[in-house]
Design a protein around this ligand. Structure first.
Ligand code: SF4
Ligand code: SF4
Length: 82
């Protein structure tokens, strides 16, 4: 999963780009739900939120480091549950 750091300026451009609905406005800054973020695996070659963020504040979340296989399994789980 990726994460949003406190550099976030709450511009809201990332939220609509997420194919998994993983991004939402948090109490102070935007947040990513690690259970929904597949790093865009299954949808796109590159993380879409990283592509659009004007302040480049969406790195990998060291607390939620996952392999491509794990991310793809998460994608399949999300797709099968909707
Ligand atoms: Fe959503 Fe992709 Fe960003 Fe994860 S990397 S929060 S799935 S847009
Ligand atoms: Fe925050 Fe970047 Fe998302 Fe804008 S695009 S809301 S700065 S994380």
């Amino acid at each position: 999963s990726l994460m949003i750091t406190d550099e976030c300026i709450n511009c809201d451009v990332c939220e609509p780009e997420c194919p998994n609905g993983a991004i939402s406005p948090g109490e102070e800054i935007y947040v990513i739900d690690p259970s929904l973020c597949t790093e865009c695996v299954g949808h796109f070659d590159e993380p879409q939120c990283q592509q659009v963020c004007p302040v480049d504040c969406i790195p990998h979340d060291p607390q939620h480091a996952e392999s491509q296989d794990q991310l793809y399994a998460k994608y399949q789980l999300i797709v099968s549950s909707v």
